[in-house]
Design a protein around this ligand. Sequence first.
Ligand code: ZN
Length: 437
Amino acid sequence: MNNSYKDIRKHVDSIRLVDTHEHLPQEGERVNKIVDVLSQFYLHYTSSDLRSAGMSMEDILYIRDTKIPLDYRWAVFEPWWEKIKNTGYSRCMEIAARELYGVDGINAETYKQLSRKMMDRNKKGLYKWVLNEKAGIDICILDTIAENCEVDKELFAPVLRVSEYASPRNKKDLENLGKQFGNPIHNLGDYINLVKRRFDTLEGKVVAVKIALAYDRSIHFEKRTYSEAEESLNKVFKTRGFSWTPIEGTEYSEVVQDGPGREELLPLQDFLVHLTIQEASKRRLPIQIHTGLHEGNQNMVQNSNPELLVNLFLEYGDAKFDIFHGGWPYSSQLSALAKNFPNVYIDMCWMHIISPSRAISALDEWLDEVPVNKIMGFGGDYLCVEGSYGHSVMARENVAKVLTKKVDDGVYDIDEAKKYATWVLRDNPQRLFFPEK
Ligand SMILES: [Zn+2]
């Protein structure tokens, strides 16, 4: 380890992080569950690597089922673990096992002890311990499904999820939306009111808007007229077919009207996304947009190339677009966009574990290409709090490595490098999401 790395790493480790993106459930939900290493550490990301390595979905569900003895599940899991242990996702979990629970990695010798230690810590105060004390995170921006974004304000600042209202498929969905938000929908005017009311209700509570529609469709959101969107909405009401849908947990079924095809609903969804951006922009709320890789398996990555968003960047000059996951694998395209547009920011959430090496090379390039105030350096993006910790360690390491290289190449002096580390990991997200503080 050279001297500049030690010096820079020490500084980076002292920075209190502003974490731009998490999915953590309420702490109460987590600590009420029986947990062990297989049920928590292989809940997502690593599970996608397991699936990609060839493990069946059935086996993945089996290893996570805490009703089955841990030994049986470990036996099924172990040969697959060896196949994915090389990836960033796996390394993140190994760091969490070592540094939070003091065991020597995740293996046949440690899995029982690790699981016991996880249960010992699985009580009130877990999140504060992991996030505040161990990871050095001051606040996490939370993508939450909690009703009306009620979250623990000490640790979290919530976002408004566009998918909450922008993906109706049939009349039942519209009815439910109307009931949920006290605003029945019978025409596009009603729908617009509902969206505006959501913004009014959550004013002062949410710090951003989140658009994750890339999981279901292309993120090219075309400009639509009022009448195109109205026609698209009316197709939902005009559908004549219906089906009997079982009511969960009962012996009864209910009639649900079929919806039109997805393509036919795109004009409505496009319209709602534009409306959302207008409302967010009026209220100075940044807009977080998922781009690049999809969690899970077998999605269409070309649907989420950030270049598809250019029409929005051009139209909404006053909005602030926080573009997720460094666009990975479209990091160079995102660089061109962030360099070109004053309203486009790069957000590295999820990226340090998707690809530690590409996070390093991309940050190295972005620092040459993009004004430093526009790079958000860390977002844990986990459902399992231990993952947020492992990720924070990898993010600090990557940022320190890149800045050391810049210093060693004679590009920045050491004080400049330290300043940029603080900006990327703390000050930039602080300014973007909490401008008054
Ligand atoms: Zn996410």
